[in-house]
Design a protein. Sequence first.
Length: 348
Amino acid sequence: MKTQSLLMELYKNPTAELVYSVLTLDERFSDEIHEFSANVRNKVHDRVIHLRGIIEISNYCIHNCSYCGIGRECSGVNRYRMSEGEIIENAVYANALGYKTVVLQSGEDSYFSAETLGRIVQNIKKKADVAVTLSCGEYSLDEYRFLHQSGCDRYLLRFETSSEEIYSKMHEGQKFQERIQSLHSIYESGIQTGSGFLIGITPDLVSLTDDIMLCRSLDLDMIGCGPLIADPATSMKDFIFPFEKEIAFRTMAIMRIICPWAHIPATTAFDAFSPQGRVKVLDSAANVFMPNVTPLKFKLNYNLYPKKTSVDESAELSFESSKKLIESRGFITGQGYGHSIRKGYFQS
Ligand code: SAH
């Protein structure tokens, strides 16, 4: 099948076979794939890129995920937890800079009960004109419902891998089915749901195809993926990305083609992965960019993996430079909250 008809078929009727065929196309077809994906994004999202300010509220974690640099047993981590007041103040500051969404992210820190998180969200909503996304790990359906009632708009919880076997190997004491159940609970609570996986966590393209197809079948509002980066503080310190780098970029393009409605960020991990990696994802597939607005003194200690860029950049600088970057690539910076368009997409 010619590349264009293959891509059109993938767009119209995504199947695992088609995803695999596109993943395995020769590198000489890469430009054509990325161009197709960019056209889908431009058509559905009007060349608008939403900026979300990310606040890393705590690097305490009860879990010990094999790849993650802030896991419970990682040594040499300077642990910190922002106070409720600091988080709210930081969200208000992000809003003053121009952000219409703040994303609060943390390790799975038992200090942040649903009640505490809910109170923080309520206070942010009283003081700032922003949508709030949380990315703080697993809670129960009732707790997600409470968070929704407290004003939480969106929640990010990656399933990390669709392989149950690899999931249990890499997430000591955690269960894949519980992760998926949490995602269903987020969805059921009425919160816009985001998930995704670590590209390269499984070393073969059949499993990568399964990961991509799971994003599609979960019917997500947001899809966040990034390549796995070796962190020296973890047991995966010698990890080597198992594919050509193009596979990571192509994964994002395929995701865009099969989930046109989804909010897809160009994640920071792409910059640690490849020079200008985030820009490449922005050019080809993403419609969301997430600058870091964590106060500098904390941000330096939130190392999920060794970051190569923006670690010492102030929040103010990262907003301005992201906006400039977006506009220099011919995009428009989103002015609104940038809520999910999934339901509208299927009605039209
Ligand atoms: N505690 C929250 C947030 C986790 S951090 C939760 O459980 O969802 C956010 C994401 O960073 C993770 O879901 C994981 O996919 C990613 N991440 C962690 N370590 C990484 C690494 N070494 N390389 C790339 N991404 C990583």
